[in-house]
Design a protein around this ligand. Structure first.
Ligand code: GN1
Ligand code: MG
Length: 368
């Protein structure tokens, strides 16, 4: 069996149901929430196989087992629809038959097959990748459209409730637990001027004018694996926030994460911009997969959703900065504030180009 001595991950990895000797594990640092490792094993045949092993962040997800129940249901459901030869997320059960392993300190861990040949991008390289990513998330929504909503649990309450995100920010501002409010006057002013935007989609949902669907809710570009050789989307990952939501949350987060050429934590804000060809590719790929079921009321909000989710994510980074960096992983002082500023710069860029974005949505739809 595995030689566990070389990494603290060895003993955990050994409890999942696959053969092989543990070689090593390297941390994959790209997510802001869970701890993720790529672990290599030498199989009895001599071949090396790799797996992704993750510890679910239980201060972000209060019920990690509910997360795992959702992940099991979603992967099982999508597998029944998978075309021959297509890649999907394969969850490796533990030796005791459960979908997870609990470590001595109470952590919940899970294991997926590593998708060989696939890469993720923090910054998109070309419109082909944008089209593919948006198409993959659209297909993902379509694949879940017949999964009964009551089979999916809400893993984080009010996750994209942007009005509550706004109110939460105002609450942290009032409490100012770290004395940081004085340093963010410009950012707070920016948010306050856009308070009304925060209610638009939640009001439409509450009035029944747009439908609840089972959505991914964390569709940032690096949550889709892309074939390094062909740029084709291979598989959607990070299913922890799959919950009832709006399709617009998913499109909006793609716009947020895949239209600017700058990193999410770029300090030089002049690098943050809305690239219309990327937006056009996103709209084309997404509508190609979803036009058969999206309603007119949803399509009418696609451009706005990009602005809203970018604003909302900026609000979340700003709230976390003011609260003392307790939610998102940070690697430097002011990291969440830097992230907030790129989001707000992109919001301003989206506003500047808004008529063009709306025209692109209409053209993309009429082309189908
Ligand atoms: C987090 O886990 P990760 O890095 O894919 C966050 C998203 C944010 C994103 C911002 C559960 O996503 O909501 O949009 O960071 N996930 C959670 O980069 O809060
Ligand atoms: Mg992720």
């Amino acid at each position: 069996m595995a030689d566990d001595s070389r990494s603290p991950l060895g003993p955990i990895a050994a409890r999942f149901a696959f053969e092989g000797d543990f070689i090593d594990a390297v941390e994959i640092p790209s997510g802001h929430i869970n701890s993720t490792f790529r672990a290599s094993f030498r199989e009895p045949s001599g071949e090396v196989r790799r797996y992704v092993i993750q510890r679910i962040n239980d201060s972000v997800f209060p019920d990690p087992l509910a997360v795992m129940r959702n992940v099991e249901r979603v992967t099982r459901h999508l597998r029944t629809k998978q075309e021959a030869g297509a890649r999907g997320l394969v969850l490796r059960p533990a030796r005791d038959g459960r979908a997870w392993v609990e470590s001595d300190d109470g952590g919940i861990w899970r294991c997926y097959d590593f998708i060989e040949g696939g890469v993720t991008y923090d910054i998109i390289e070309n419109p082909r990748q944008a089209w593919q990513a948006a198409h993959a998330f659209g297909r993902f929504q379509e694949g879940l459209s017949d999964l009964p909503a009551e089979e999916i649990e809400e893993t984080i309450a009010d996750f994209h409730h942007s009005r509550k995100r706004f109110e939460h920010l105002m609450d942290v501002v009032r409490r100012d637990p770290c004395g940081r409010v004085a340093g963010v006057a410009a950012e707070l002013d920016f948010v306050q001027q856009r308070e009304a935007d925060c209610s638009v989609l939640v009001d439409l949902l509450e009035r029944g004018e747009i439908p609840y669907r089972i959505t991914h809710n964390d569709t940032k570009l690096n949550n889709v694996m892309i074939d390094a050789a062909t740029d084709e989307a291979l598989c959607v990952i990070d299913l922890d926030t799959v919950m009832p939501g709006s399709a617009l949350y998913d499109f909006g987060d793609l716009v947020r994460s895949a239209t600017s050429p700058a990193a999410e934590d770029e300090k030089d804000l002049s690098k943050v911009e809305m690239r219309l060809p990327m937006f056009e590719a996103l709209a084309g790929g997404y509508l190609a997969a979803t036009a058969s079921f999206l309603t007119d009321a949803e399509v009418a909000q696609l451009a706005f959703s990009g602005k809203l989710i970018t604003l909302e994510t900026g609000i979340r980074f700003l709230s976390d900065h003011l609260a003392g960096d307790v939610y998102f992983k940070t690697r430097r002082e002011g990291h969440n504030l830097d992230r907030c500023r790129t989001q707000f710069k992109l919001v301003a860029e989206i506003e500047r180009h808004f008529p063009a974005l709306e025209a692109i949505v209409l053209q993309s739809r009429s082309r189908l």
